[in-house]
Every structure is written in C-alpha cells, then in structure tokens.
Write a protein that binds this ligand. Structure first.
Ligand code: HEC
Ligand code: HEC
Length: 362
C-alpha cells in the first residue's frame, strides 16, 4: 500500500513537473524583451521649454504651429516622451513611434520604407520629426493629409501596417498601464485618459524637438565663422538659378522652398514630379518637404526614400527631375561640394543623444 502511494505521489509530481516545464517552455520561446516594462524618468523633470537664440526665436514667432490649447509643458512633453517610446501602443507590443523615428537618425530611420508591427512595409519613407513646429500650416505627412500635429499623432496608431490599434483599444491599453496615472495627472491635472490627451501629449513632445546647436547656429550668433566652401555653399543655396531655357520666371532658390533658419517653409510651392504609384498632395504629384536640418546625416531621402544621400541627389537630381525643369535638385560637382559643405553645418549632433528625447524604456 505504502509503495503504491509513493509511486502515485512520484507519478503525480512527474505529471505536475511536466505541466510546469511545458508552461516554462512556452515562456522561454517568447522572444526576450530588449526593453524595460516601465519607463525610468529623471528625479528632476527635464526642461522642454528651451530659451532659443534670437535667430530661432524670430522664426518661431513667425511660424509656430502650436495651438493655444496645447502649449508645451514639461509634464506634457514628459508624458509624450513615454507614449512616443511605448511599444504597448501597438497591437502586438512590438512597435513604438520611436521604432521608425529613431533619435540616433534625427528621428527618422535609415531605410527607404519602414517596417510596421506585423513586418509589413509603409507606403512612404519615414519623415524626420525635427522642427515640425516651424511648419506654419501645421500640415503633416508627405501629402499633407493631416491638418495638424495633434491629428497626425493618432494616425500611425490606427494604421493597419504601422501600429494596428483602434482608438478604443488604445485607451484601454493605456489605462491598464499603472505608470500612466501619475503622468496624466501631472500633465493634464486629471487621471482621465483619452485619445485626445494622448495626441496632445505626443504633439508636445514632438514640437519640443528643435535643433539650434549646429555650426550654422553658432555662425549666426557670431561665435564662429564659415569656411570659404561653406560660405560659397550658403550663397549658392540663397541664389535663384537662371530662368529656364525657354524663358519664364526665375525658379526659386533652395532657400525659397527650404527657408532658413529651420530650412522649412509650409508656404513654398510643393515640388512635383511624376511618380506612377504615389500622387501626393491632392493627387497633384506634389510633396511637402520637412526641415533640411541634419539632412547631411540622413539617408533614404525624398518621399519614397529613393535618393540615397545628398551626394547622389546632387549628382543625379531628384527622382523624376529629368522631365521636370524646376527644381532639379542637381548641381555640378564644384557647386555640389560647396552646397554639401554648407549643409553639413546644419547638423546638430546634440539632438541625437540628448537624454530628454531618449527612450525611457531603455
Ligand atoms: C512603422 C513606422 C512608423 C511608425 C510606427 C510611426 N511612424 Fe510616423 N511616419 C512614418 C512614415 C512612413 C511617415 C510618412 C508617411 C506619409 O507621409 O504618408 C511618417 C510621418 C510622420 C509625421 C509627419 C512629419 C511631417 O513633417 O510631416 C509625424 C509627425 C509622425 N510620423 C509622427 C509619428 C508618431 C507620433 C508616431 C507614434 C504614434 C509614429 N509617427 C509612428 C513611419 C512611422
Ligand atoms: C520649388 C521648391 C523647391 C526648391 C527650389 C528646392 N527644393 Fe528641395 N525639396 C522640395 C520638396 C517639395 C521636396 C520633397 C519632395 C519629395 O520628397 O518628393 C524637396 C526635397 C529635398 C531634399 C530631400 C529632403 C528629405 O527629407 O528627404 C533635399 C536634400 C533638398 N530638397 C535640397 C534642396 C536643395 C539643396 C535645393 C537647391 C539646390 C532645393 N532643395 C531646391 C522643394 C524644393
């Protein structure tokens, strides 16, 4: 009898053990998470309201698209930062805004088309989230289909390739994550979580990403000088090319469309060229351009990511520009060298590592 009990007990233990190890095995096969489950935030909140130098401040006063009901606060941008990097904002917890807008690549990525939560590819090239508050019209995306930064913010979350949630699912998921209660309380004075506030906080964080610490900025403040090549490049950038061979008005200079000091201009004529698969703004084959700052460090340029970098743009011109007289986005080797020297001065490396823009889940 005793023996049978012992055998039974052993059998029982073996069965239980098998169950447990099976369960363990399931857990083990889940890919190990490279990110922490909760964000780590600084003891003293970061400052997101920068005192900009005079040349940046002037542009901000002229072009800022920040609405009166959503100014940047340190608590709002802090919440926005957490949301921006939170992979739980995607259907299977694998993708965050930061997956396609990476800090080390100036909030862009270095590939032509980006991968969404199920491995599908986006239709267009990701855009650098840099100086977006200086696009006066506030219209976002290559085809300007989102009329404000706030309206843009909820679109990738609902996009079936990018993050794949409904707004109701989004709200439920965020409400279930305990670290958000205090963050919403601090940002909006209420623990009530909804998609409108999520969009506002994301927008505050995005608008706070401004480059103002490049060589270009030091030169404009009289702290440094351009080299001869850089100065030549600036002159070329600001000079309108001669009229087209058949006559007609002078086309705009680079600066006419990519206007200093943020090298962005929502009133510039959007540049059009034949693209068989993508008709852009209002189906006119036209596309917006974001800020050209930090462009020298970026690859996969233009709306389809088809231009590798500045060097190849100047050598070959923009895609489709062979049939489009203006702007060709091309330059002869000497001019290209000077333009690139100038455009290199627009790079602000501080933005690539500044902790206040970094991933708090890492
Ligand atoms: C899977 C990759 C991916 C993810 C995830 C993603 N984006 Fe994007 N983002 C893109 C692409 C691609 C575009 C350009 C799409 C277009 O123009 O049609 C873009 C464009 C934008 C723009 C427009 C910038 C401009 O100058 O017009 C903003 C702002 C932006 N994304 C913010 C976000 C936010 C906020 C999130 C998270 C809620 C997010 N993105 C998630 C790929 C992504
Ligand atoms: C008539 C307006 C216009 C002029 C003039 C112009 N551009 Fe552009 N540029 C654009 C538009 C619009 C785009 C985006 C087009 C697209 O992606 O399809 C663009 C794209 C670019 C890009 C790629 C940006 C990115 O984020 O991928 C670079 C670099 C650039 N332009 C540099 C220049 C330089 C340098 C000059 C002068 C030699 C110049 N542009 C003249 C309108 C203009």
């Amino acid at each position: 009898m005793k023996k049978t009990t012992t055998v039974l007990v052993i059998l029982f233990i073996v069965i239980i053990f098998q169950f447990c190890s099976k369960k363990d095995a399931v857990i083990v096969t889940t890919p190990p998470s490279t990110t922490a489950l909760t964000p780590t935030l600084p003891a003293t909140i970061f400052n997101y309201n920068t005192n900009f130098p005079a040349h940046i401040l002037a542009a901000l006063i002229a072009d800022d698209n920040t609405p009166a009901n959503n100014p940047i606060t340190n608590d709002g941008a802090t919440l926005g930062r957490v949301l921006f990097y939170d992979k739980k904002l995607s259907k299977n917890n694998t993708v965050s805004c930061g997956s396609c807008h990476k800090q080390e690549f100036s909030f862009d990525d270095n590939i032509a088309l980006s991968k969404g939560f199920e491995g599908g590819f986006t239709d267009r090239n990701s855009m650098a989230i840099l100086n977006i508050r200086f696009y006066k019209s506030g219209k976002m995306f290559w085809d300007e289909r989102a009329t404000t930064v706030e309206k843009q913010a909820l679109q990738p979350i609902q996009n079936h390739v990018e993050m794949g949630l409904t707004l109701a699912e989004l709200e439920t998921k965020v409400k279930e994550l305990s670290y958000y209660t205090a963050l919403f309380q601090n940002a909006f004075g209420s623990t009530i979580i909804d998609s409108v506030k999520i969009a506002r906080a994301l927008s505050q964080f995005e608008r706070s990403i401004v480059t103002y610490q490049s060589k270009y900025d030091r030169v404009k403040q009289g702290q440094e000088n351009f080299t001869t090549a850089e100065a030549q490049g600036e002159l070329l950038f600001n000079t309108a090319p001669p009229p087209p061979p058949g006559g007609g008005a002078n086309p705009p200079s680079c600066n006419g469309c990519h206007t200093a000091p943020m090298f962005i201009n929502s009133a510039a004529p959007p540049f059009g060229f034949p693209d068989l698969v993508d008709l852009g703004i209002s189906n006119l084959s036209k596309f917006k351009s974001g800020s050209l700052r930090n462009i020298a460090n970026r690859t996969s340029l233009f709306h389809n990511g088809s231009v590798t970098n500045l060097q190849s743009m100047f050598a070959a011109g923009a895609p489709g520009s062979g049939t489009q007289p203006i702007p060709a986005h091309a330059a002869n080797p000497q001019n290209a060298a000077n333009l690139i020297a100038f455009m290199n001065t627009l790079t602000d490396n501080t933005i690539l590592t500044d902790p206040k823009f970094s991933d708090p889940f890492k």
